[in-house]
Design a protein around this ligand. Structure first.
Ligand code: AMP
Length: 194
């Protein structure tokens, strides 16, 4: 198995690049943002609860997200590996993910962190808000999401860096050039474990 985390601030291109990676490497894509949005549109009890946080630019509570991931991993017993997108976003989530994977006798092999300058992130998110109709991308909510990222999510990079698993990739190139840089790093790690 090869398990990858695509890490980065909101607007860094994780979603777009995860789709490319998933298609090229045959991994199972798990995006907690997409999963939560589908719960919201289905008006499930989980979705109704999660929406309160998402609309404000706040992180959904750890136990909700960890429960969702746990059942998703169980639904894909034959996956070649997972590409986690937008998860883990807190240290508690990272520790829970390690425990879940350890139970399956596997681990996170690589964490790719997309680095994009702040002005470019805001510009991209405002552009996305204009076209996608996402409820969480107006200027006030974007500002809150950035604070949540800095306070709660950024420390996750350090957690993986301490384990020697973090690689930082410039995410403000074109989509193709960024994908090329991500692929180079994945290939370097994939060969020894496949
Ligand atoms: P995303 O599409 O990944 O940017 O996520 C959109 C929103 O969903 C975030 O602003 C959070 O409110 C929520 N969310 C997504 N993933 C997580 C997570 N791993 N932990 C907590 N909240 C999350």
């Amino acid at each position: 198995m090869f398990n990858l985390v695509l890490f980065g601030p909101p607007g860094s291109g994780k979603g777009t690049q995860s789709i490319n990676i998933t298609q090229s490497y045959g991994l199972q894509h798990i995006s907690t943002g997409d999963l939560l949005r589908s719960e919201v549109s289905g008006q499930t009890p989980l979705g109704i609860e999660a929406k309160k946080y998402m609309d404000q630019g706040l992180l959904v509570p750890d136990e909700v997200v960890i429960g969702m991931i746990s059942s998703l991993i169980d639904q894909h017993p034959d996956a070649r590996g997972f590409n986690f997108d937008g998860f883990p976003r807190t240290r508690a989530q990272a520790e829970a993910l390690d425990a879940l994977l350890q139970f399956k006798q596997t681990q996170i092999h690589l964490v790719l962190s997309l680095e994009v300058p702040q002005e470019e992130l805001t510009r991209r998110m405002l552009g996305r808000a204009a076209t996608s109709g996402r409820s969480d991308d107006n200027a006030e909510v974007i500002a809150r999401r950035i604070v949540e990222y800095k306070e709660k999510t950024f420390p996750v990079a350090q957690y993986y860096d301490e384990q020697g698993k973090l690689a930082v990739i410039k995410g403000d190139l074109s989509i193709d050039d960024t994908f090329h840089a991500l692929s180079k790093e994945i290939d370097r790690h994939l060969l020894p474990v496949s």
